[in-house]
Design a protein around this ligand. Structure first.
Ligand code: 16G
Ligand code: ZN
Length: 530
């Protein structure tokens, strides 16, 4: 049985502040770092139970992604590198909010409900971002793991997607790759080199890319990885953590939401740039044109670039493999229209949050998913992967085999467990060089509809209830009708409201034929929310 004494002894060292209630939300627990010690300890405990139940290695990542440096957070990673199963999110919330004297009872209840075999061994792997608070908080996770007799391996400073990769490797006998950070670099760089081989060895001059690393973990890991990559790809890192505060006026989230350059980067006209977020699972591209105008290339355009590349390869391979793209309500209307009408690719819309997109993307032979904010990846079904690897080896037709080999390289280059800024960046760079596309040509595939996002503070954001992948409000009564009437006033317009899953606000999104109209529509919809 569980060692009650050990749990109690350690528990007292990680006391819960009185009255604090937190929720395991779309991105795990996230709040001010100084409120999280007990949560970390308890997530260490919970990870042990999940590991015993699944008889697999479970991951615990300490990060608050794009949040301010003072915040922190924690997420559990399930056996194949996926997000924690929904029923365990509820256990996590329950455990995090239990009063001290009830922690043991909550653990016992979870064991009972989930039929956890307590004799089973547990293995937990732990990672953290570069926040000043992360080291101590990950130590609290370790305290939780050891209190329940679990074993652990602390990978220390890693990106979120690296830990997802490592969990997957640990549970699949190395089939997905070697369970080390170096193994990850080797896997990605080999795929990148193979994919770009002909182009880069043709004596092309080097291609420069400027990367804003949000003063986070991405910089550290890119520096480690750089010498695995071909010299022709020259990466110039900015906001590399040597100065400046994490995510402060920089990073993917800042660039996407403010639609302007991050602080700390120097750009010349038409230079290709990108930004990572604080834990390096999001990426957006951008450039300034000759007139000094800023152009954002968001997750939707990344999805379009990747899916058109994959579609061409599939056409050459000639197998009946189906590709689909998954977006959220935030996808720019122009991207959806381009994908459906020009590219003839089926597009699906899910609720916001990586797990929803990921889940939907699993329904296709090849599922490409991206949130407009730059989180995304590509999933290959087992059938598709087997078929592609087989064709890459055995197909007699030279052209077909080459296309299959390139698809195989994409399978190895993309992180199929979760969106990864480094892996996404390498795939984008490979596609651009293979297709000879400049950043302007890529941007010009379609023109984004002007859009505006606003936050509305309300007494209780949960009074808003949505349906149809958050695109329509069903409550409060009358709100959707009011939005419909406002939308009718503008051309090429669309608007929706949804309660945020990470902040105590209601989010408003509007797009229309001009920036002025998008701004007006967003403001009018905000007023309708009250
Ligand atoms: C979280 C989600 C992100 C989503 C965002 C929306 C994960 C790993 N992260 O950061 O995908 O876009 O929440 O936030 O799922 P919101 O609900 O406050 O708009
Ligand atoms: Zn992130």
């Amino acid at each position: 049985d569980m060692d009650l004494n050990a749990i109690t002894k350690f528990s007292a060292l990680h006391a819960k502040p009185d009255g604090l209630i937190l929720q395991y939300g779309t991105a795990g627990f996230r709040t001010k770092a100084n409120c999280l010690d007990h949560v970390m300890y308890r997530m260490g405990l919970l990870a042990v139970l999940r590991s015993k139940q699944t008889k697999s290695t479970i991951g615990v990542m300490v990060t608050a992604s794009h949040n301010p440096e003072e915040d922190n957070g924690v997420k559990l990673i399930d056996p194949l590198g996926e997000m924690l199963a929904p029923s365990w999110e509820e256990h996590a919330t329950c455990l995090a909010n239990a009063e001290e004297q009830n922690v043991h009872a909550v653990l016992a209840e979870i064991c009972h409900r989930e039929a956890v075999n307590q004799q089973q061994k547990a293995m937990i792997i732990i990672g953290r971002d570069t926040r000043p608070s992360s080291e101590k908080l990950s130590q609290s996770v370790i305290d939780g793991v050891t209190a329940l007799g679990g074993q652990y391996h602390d990978y220390g400073l890693v990106t979120t997607p690296q830990l997802h990769y490592l969990v997957c490797c640990q549970n699949t006998n190395g089939q997905y790759g070697k369970a080390t950070v170096e193994g990850y670099y080797q896997k990605l760089s080999k795929a990148f080199v193979d994919l770009t081989k002909q182009t880069f060895s043709n004596g092309n001059e080097s291609r420069a890319l400027k990367i804003d690393c949000a003063s986070g973990i991405g910089a550290l890991k890119l520096k480690e990885m750089e010498h695995y990559l071909p010299r022709e790809l020259s990466l110039h890192l900015f906001n590399d953590g040597s100065k400046g505060k994490l995510n402060h006026l920089c990073g993917a989230d800042f660039v996407k939401s403010h639609q302007k350059l991050p602080l700390g980067i120097e750009v010349k006209p038409n230079e290709r740039c990108c930004s990572f977020d604080g834990d390096a699972d999001r990426i957006v591209y951008y450039y300034n044109d000759a007139a000094g105008h800023f152009h954002l290339i968001d997750g939707d355009k990344i999805a379009t670039l990747i899916s058109s590349f994959l579609k061409e390869l599939l056409l050459e391979v000639g197998e009946n493999l189906k590709i689909g793209v998954v977006q959220t309500a935030y996808a720019n209307g122009s991207s959806t229209q381009y994908l459906e009408e020009i590219m003839k690719v089926p597009v699906h819309c899910t609720k916001t949050g990586v797990k929803h997109l990921h889940h939907k993307a699993q329904e296709f032979d090849i599922g490409v998913y991206f949130e407009a904010n730059g989180h995304g990846t590509v999933l290959f079904s087992k059938t598709a992967e087997t078929k592609i690897r087989q064709l890459a080896k055995e197909e007699m037709d030279e052209k077909k085999r080459k296309a299959a080999m390139m698809l195989e390289n994409v399978i190895d280059l993309i992180n199929q467990t979760v969106g990864d800024a480094i892996s996404d960046m390498l795939l984008v760079e490979a596609i651009l060089v293979l297709k000879g596309l400049s950043v302007q040509q890529w941007d010009g595939i379609y023109t984004d509809l002007p859009n505006r996002q606003l936050k509305v503070m309300v007494a209780d954001r949960q009074v808003i209830d949505t349906t149809d992948a958050e695109r329509r409000a069903v409550r409060p009564v009358g709100l959707q009708e009011a939005i419909d009437d406002l939308v009718k006033k503008y051309r090429s317009s669309r608007a929706f409201v949804r309660p945020s899953g990470t902040e105590d606000v209601v989010r408003v999104y509007a797009e229309a034929d001009s920036q002025e109209n998008a701004d007006k529509l967003a403001t009018e919809v905000s007023l309708a929310v009250f």
